[in-house]
Design a protein around this ligand. Structure first.
Ligand code: T1G
Length: 689
């Protein structure tokens, strides 16, 4: 069925595409557009309008077609046909004109946007560049520096900004097609193909500035640099040669590892919030409360405030409550100062937050999130009180990062309404939300948690109960290997540098100093020794006992100049490491970056395969979403599971077996699922339990 309809509307040839859910430019749509523009040329109409039905203008090429044999007509052919159409063509943009969608609009002679619409070229976020003229036509329409910003960052612009830069010719209120028809009849339109315009003047300063931006802010990614190559070609070559150069770069990238990983991440995120067969009535989420006014509690309450959900912050300690409310106010004031929100939104948000100290004040809330001290007895006491105080049917959630949610639920009379909502600090910023589905959590509560995640702008991943759930359980192996490597001979700064170069946002030692070495110290004292390797944290424990807790005390694994957060290697720590190695009878050796990366990253992979086999994670792609959104794993590697698949599970298994031979089976015995997939074939990222 042709998803593109046409009609003649009082002298205007109207073309409407309808390809739910987001009008991706599938082969059928491209074919329909090609036929429609041919008909427009012969229609005798004064001009044509291209619009889309549904919630958005074209959202870009159909990503599901990538990696498959291309099907004619190609998008560049369609856009060339639009540009060559003898009558002026207007793009009527609502929702978002993204990627190929904006490129279609650039093939038109005029671009009309409704005020709520956005326009962007997000291709670099998929590891590619605009491949249908975007890098050639956009710099012929708007200033080179503005074109570079859109193409290199991939960030869309608002209709207002598009009007300012000249990307949009007209911005209107109301329905896009009606506004475009009014624009079409508002005056004499003319053909003004962008491809016929002269090449823009090169600006080497702008090129250098954006190459620097890409190097620092998009470290490790190939596409942003190649996108700049394509824009430079627009300045150096005429349109046909420039388009050919762009296409060559696009085709080179679209078959590359980084694009495969980034497209995988795009679909993995969307799959994570879909639970097959979860049919449940949506529960109300109109009022929330957060128990515990510490850093996490205040951050979680701020996330609700920012999402427009009234939230009561609860703490029985008046000083703690005041400090928590002040923390939330500081977040709000910071957003105002940085221009992220205006005065009206600032005061609206202030009105959403209240402070309470009595359980009886929680009667009317729909959802409570407990964020008190990470101690089972404390949490049980709180849940017993909540169960009495909060109305029937309200959801009781715990923000615990490790503890058994089934055990917490057991002290309530409503286990069906109990689950984990594990936020990552800072809770109002980090996208990841681990939703811990306890054994008796009802479908209604789980569905409500998924809805809540969407309202909070979080990326949810459902985990089952298990020590540390998904992310933190795997992270313990990563930290363990870093700790052992430091004793075995790699310096903390070498270990941090190797993992930073791999693409992690920060090395494990710098991260430990930032979080505070005392956090792990106090947790290990409560942990079952089977959960960790004391040799790996001997250094951390010694430092805490010396009062060196990390950045907050000006010294930890690294030294910090007063007022500075820049880690500096400390000879005193290096001497301490030598001493601990001697005590452990470890003969230190030189250790290269490859072994450092493999020991830490494959520890994640091996533990992830166990998490997967136990059903604590539903799928390998869920595990990857946890690591992309909760731990800063480089997105252009897809996540630990996808990374292992791309490396080859046979090679990964052989490497892990070599570590088992060298360091013993306790931590390095290969996960049975990894052995199975490596032997029989299969991919961790495609496995689901
Ligand atoms: N192709 C195929 N499917 C897509 C798609 C696309 N471009 N965009 C979204 N979907 C699916 C998505 O997987 C989900 O499926 C459903 O639509 C709803 O999406 C030549 C080569 C448009 C802002 O990068 O940013 O053009 O899970 O949940 O939150 O130079 O989708 O329901 O089965 O995200 O309202 C460039 C990608 C492509 C835009 C809507 N375009 N999409 O967000 O819904 S490359 C993009 C988005 C390109 C050219 C190059 C968002 C959205 P399911 P959703 P949403």
């Amino acid at each position: 069925m042709n998803p593109v309809a046409t009609r003649l509307d009082d002298g205007v040839f109207v073309i409407i595409a309808d390809n739910p859910p987001v009008n991706a430019l599938s082969q059928a749509v491209r074919d329909g557009l090609m036929r429609a523009i041919g008909a427009a040329a012969d229609s005798g109409a004064a001009c044509a309008v291209i619009a889309c039905a549904g919630r958005t203008f074209f959202s870009g090429a159909d990503i599901t077609e990538f990696g498959k044999p291309p099907k004619a007509p190609s998008l560049p052919e369609v856009i060339d046909a639009i540009e060559a159409c003898p009558i002026p063509v207007i793009a009527a943009i609502h929702g978002a004109a993204l990627g190929g969608g904006l490129e279609v609009a650039l093939g038109c002679d005029y671009r009309m946007m409704v005020s709520s619409a956005r326009a962007g070229l997000p291709e670099v976020t998929l590891g590619i560049i605009p491949g249908a003229g975007g890098t050639q036509r956009l710099p012929r329409l708007i200033a080179l520096s503005e074109a570079l910003e859109m193409i290199v960052t991939g960030k869309p612009v608002s209709a207002a900004r598009a009007l300012e830069t000249g990307l949009a010719d007209h911005v209107a209120e109301g329905e896009a097609l009606a506004a475009a028809l009014a624009f079409a009849r508002s005056g004499k339109l003319e053909k003004r193909p962008l491809g016929a315009r002269p090449s823009p003047a090169a600006d080497d300063k702008a090129f250098a500035a954006w190459r620097g931006h890409a190097e620092t802010r998009m470290r490790g990614q190939i596409a942003p640099q190649r996108a700049i190559d394509a824009v430079q070609a627009a300045c150096a070559l005429g349109t046909p040669d420039g388009l050919a150069k762009e296409r060559e770069i696009f085709l080179d990238l679209v078959t590359g590892a980084q694009s495969r990983a980034l497209r995988y991440a795009f679909f993995a995120e969307r799959a994570a919030s879909k639970i097959a067969g979860l049919a449940a009535e949506p529960l109300p989420l109109d009022r929330a409360a957060v128990i515990g006014a510490g850093t996490m509690g205040a951050g979680i309450a701020a996330a609700f405030m920012n999402a427009g959900i009234p939230v009561a912050l609860f703490d029985q300690n008046p000083e703690a409550l005041a400090a928590g409310l002040a923390r939330i106010a500081a977040i709000r004031d910071g957003d105002l100062a940085k221009g992220r929100i205006g005065e009206a939104e600032h005061s609206r948000r202030a009105g959403l937050v209240s402070g309470v100290s009595g359980y009886d004040e929680l009667k009317g809330v729909d959802l409570v999130i407990e964020a008190v001290f990470e101690d089972m007895d404390v949490k049980k006491a709180v849940f017993a009180e909540l169960d009495k105080a909060v109305k029937p049917g309200a959801i009781l959630a715990t923000n615990t990062s490790y503890l058994d949610v089934n055990e917490i639920a057991s002290v309530t009379g409503r286990p069906g309404s109990v689950l984990g909502l594990h936020f990552f600090s800072p809770a109002h910023i980090m996208r990841l939300l681990e939703i811990v589905q306890a054994d008796r959590t009802s479908d209604a509560a789980l569905a409500a948690a998924l809805t809540l995640a969407k309202r909070l702008g979080k990326t949810p991943v459902v985990a089952r109960v298990g020590h540390g759930f998904i992310g933190n359980r795997m992270l313990s192996g990563y930290g363990r290997e870093a700790g052992l490597l430091a004793i075995e001979g790699a310096s903390p700064q070498d270990i941090d540098a190797a993992l930073y170069d791999f693409g992690m946002p920060m090395g494990p030692f710098a991260m430990a100093d930032m979080a505070g070495l005392d956090i792990g110290y106090s947790m290990r004292r409560k942990l079952d020794p089977s959960h960790y390797e004391p040799r790996a944290t001997a250094l951390h424990d010694r430092l805490v006992e010396m009062g060196r807790k990390g950045q907050k005390t000006g010294a930890g694994i690294y030294a910090y100049a007063p007022g500075s957060r820049a880690p500096k290697p400390d000879p005193e720590v290096e001497a301490l490491i030598e001493q601990i190695a001697a005590e452990q009878g470890v003969k230190r050796r030189r250790i290269g970056a490859d072994e450092i990366v493999d020991r830490c990253i494959l520890a994640l992979v091996n533990e992830g395969a166990k998490v997967l086999a136990e059903g604590v994670a539903r799928s390998g792609s869920d595990i990857d979403v946890v690591y992309l959104h909760g731990y800063g794993f480089p997105r252009w590697r897809g996540g630990p599971m996808f990374h292992a698949d791309e490396r080859g599970l046979k090679e990964v298994l052989a490497r892990i077996e070599s570590f088992a031979a060298a360091h013993g089976p306790r931590w390095w015995a290969p996960a049975p699922l990894l052995t199975e997939l490596a032997t029989k074939g299969g991919r961790l990222s495609e496995y689901s339990s």
